[in-house]
Design a binder for this molecule. Structure first.
Ligand code: GLN
Length: 278
């Protein structure tokens, strides 16, 4: 079968889904193992039955509502290829803001190590290690997610220290960091009831932040001081409506709220103040 015909067939099967053309094309590129720019030259190629079957299987999964990144098994984060599947949240472009700010913070202060809490697929830990040369530790409560994160670190040739456990309990006692990044679950009960079909395929454990979405920020506020070096900072992704609420939770800290490219609150940087914990 010609590649072009297969592509049309895929588009047809995905008709009605918002990114039908894009998704059909991405699936074809994946099966043909070619770069997007090469597709034009290969549309007349003959696709063998095994590859055609593989393509149809991908399209079928996408048509059933699975996110494209799970179907293809990878996503892009900060220009890095990250393996993705149902064990962890798909890395979001929104989270690149957290990554960029952490890279900047580390560079400006000469910080050489950091902790990624709730690492999930490991995207943040991998990007900070790869792009910032930081020595990373990463923790998650989900053993399955950690296995995926480990695979991602290994693929990039990185040595990340992984810890399994509930927030800071995962870490060896007394371990402190100059910087902690965290993209915790922050969706509310209400958000969880209205999940997009694709997002509903992601682990609820990685999405639900308690009834009001803020439970992890309360815990982070109580527990992070013990794991931060003096003058250390905690950078957290937040939901778009949560800037003021999270700031209020961190009232004893020096805080800043940053907006994403859409102008929505997306990041809180909280610094330990010298009087804290005394
Ligand atoms: N940004 C994700 C979403 O809106 C939620 C991720 C999270 O809870 N950390 O689906």
């Amino acid at each position: 079968m010609r590649a072009l015909n297969l592509l049309r067939e895929g588009e047809g099967a995905l008709k009605g889904s918002p990114d039908a053309k894009w998704d059909a094309r991405e699936a074809l590129l994946h099966v043909m193992d070619i770069a997007p720019t090469a597709l034009g030259r290969h549309l007349e190629d003959e696709i063998g039955p095994a590859s055609a079957q593989q393509y149809r299987a991908l399209i079928e999964r996408r048509a059933a509502g699975e996110p494209l990144q799970y179907v293809l098994g990878r996503a892009w984060f900060m220009g890095l290829e990250i393996l993705t599947d149902a064990r962890a949240l798909i890395p979001r472009q929104d989270t690149e803001l957290l990554c960029e700010e952490a890279l900047r913070w580390a560079r400006e202060r000469g910080i050489s190590r950091a902790l990624d809490l709730c690492t999930g697929s490991g995207a943040l830990a991998v990007a900070l290690a790869k792009l910032g040369g930081l020595k990373m530790a990463a923790a998650d409560i989900s053993r399955e997610a950690l296995a995926l994160a480990q695979e991602n670190a290994r693929r990039q040739g990185l040595d990340v220290a992984f810890y399994e456990g509930d927030l800071f309990t995962a870490l060896p006692a007394g371990e402190r960091f100059p910087m902690i990044v965290c993209n915790p679950p922050y969706l509310t009960d209400e958000d969880m009831r209205a999940l997009q079909r694709e997002v509903a395929c992601e682990p609820a454990l990685a999405l639900w932040g308690g009834p009001d979405g803020l439970q992890f920020y309360r815990r982070l506020e109580r527990e992070a001081g013990e794991a931060l070096e003096p003058g250390g900072c905690l950078m957290m992704e937040i939901g778009s409506g949560q800037g003021e609420q999270v700031r209020a939770i961190f009232s004893g800290w020096r805080t800043r709220v940053l907006q994403d490219l859409n102008g929505l609150d997306r990041l809180v940087i909280a610094e330990v103040t010298t009087t804290q914990g005394e």
